[in-house]
Design a protein around this ligand. Structure first.
Ligand SMILES: *Cc1c(COP(=O)(O)O)cnc(C)c1O
Ligand code: SF4
Length: 323
């Protein structure tokens, strides 16, 4: 019998019951909480432990706690704002941009972010494995890079990733494999020896992109886990989402990106919110977003300032926000 890896055991401890989370956080004022959300609560313990007690006004909590605000109907906020469904090439491949194809490897995540643009995505869960996807990639010689996304690709077992890597390794026109993951922020134990070994054994160039929104998310243990990946010569980049009352202040973003570059992590994108139904309370205006970037440009090294972008369905790339 295969031993259950430690990270899976840790994952089972995630908060998935709202009442236990509220008890743990000693939250008394519950009128703003949505006790029965469509997108269920899922929050790793170690993130919950960083949250201030007895307040809803916490930058980590705000990202994960279901609020009644999510029931607000606002014009322009829809189920699939980035048009993902129309770009599906197979059950699990999304291709919007030239040279790159994205595999929705799994619907599972280490945590559930309330602002997730894929929270309503109808994931293909009937077909296991990636036969159809591999067949598609083999045929399209223009694809140089495969992006492993989801959900979170690190929810897959090391065995599944190894099998997928072996298939990708055999396709000569594929040169790069990119991970898009938030897993290490919630469960840094995921970056274990077995995972590091499979990265080491891959012959393609690997890029590792983490999703991180607040400096509190990057603690010593998380940083140490990412350092192990960097030691393999794999670039670690970051994506962040600009979120009202989470990270929409000069000081918070300054600290976030300064911390990243101090750890050798390159800030890649700062995303404007995708307008998913029920996320209106996270929206920051473009004018404000631009002012924040201006501040960062004046106070950080050039490479520490991410590109401010938004996804517009139908465009050939992410769109930079310029005023
Ligand atoms: C964002 C995205 C990518 C990656 O775009 P880059 O600009 O190369 O980071 C690829 N495919 C899809 C479908 C995407 O949404
Ligand atoms: S980790 Fe990423 S894919 Fe998963 S819920 Fe959060 S934003 Fe969505």
């Amino acid at each position: 019998m295969q031993k259950v890896p430690i990270w899976r055991q840790i994952q089972r401890e995630n908060f998935t019951s709202i009442s236990s989370l509220l008890d743990f956080l000693e939250i008394e004022e519950k009128s703003q909480i949505d006790a029965d959300p469509r997108f269920v609560l899922n929050l790793p313990r170690r993130l919950a432990e960083k949250i201030q007690k007895n307040t809803l006004n916490d930058p980590i909590l705000r990202q994960f706690v279901p609020l009644v605000d999510e029931k607000t109907v606002a014009p322009g906020f829809v189920m699939d704002p980035v048009g993902d469904k129309t770009f599906c090439k197979t059950g699990k491949i999304l291709q919007k941009y030239r040279g790159r194809a994205l595999i929705l490897t799994t619907s599972a995540c280490a945590m559930h972010c309330r602002f997730c643009f894929r929270q309503n995505f109808p994931y293909e869960t009937q077909v296991t494995g990636f036969e159809e996807e591999i067949a598609f990639l083999e045929k399209d010689l223009t694809i140089e890079e495969v992006i492993l996304s989801g959900g979170d690709p690190l929810s897959l077992s090391d065995q599944s990733i190894t099998t997928l890597f072996a298939r990708l390794d055999a396709i000569s026109h594929i040169k790069r494999i990119r991970f898009h993951t938030r897993f290490p922020i919630g469960i840094p134990e995921r970056i274990n020896d077995s995972f590091l070994n499979l990265l080491k054994n891959c012959r393609k160039s690997i890029y590792f992109v983490i999703h991180c929104n607040h400096p509190l998310e990057l603690d010593d243990e998380v940083i140490a886990s990412l350092k192990k990946i960097q030691k393999l010569g794999i670039p670690v980049l970051s994506q962040s989402v600009l979120l009202k009352e989470v990270n929409d202040r000069e000081g918070v973003l300054f600290e976030l990106f300064q911390k990243m570059v101090n750890c050798g992590i390159v800030p890649y994108y700062l995303h404007q919110l995708d307008l998913v139904e029920g996320t209106q309370h996270f929206l920051v205006s473009d004018i404000r977003a631009h002012a924040l970037i201006q501040y960062l440009q004046e106070n950080l090294s050039g490479y520490a300032v991410p590109r401010l972008v938004r996804e517009i369905a139908g465009r050939k790339s992410k769109t930079r926000i310029c005023l």
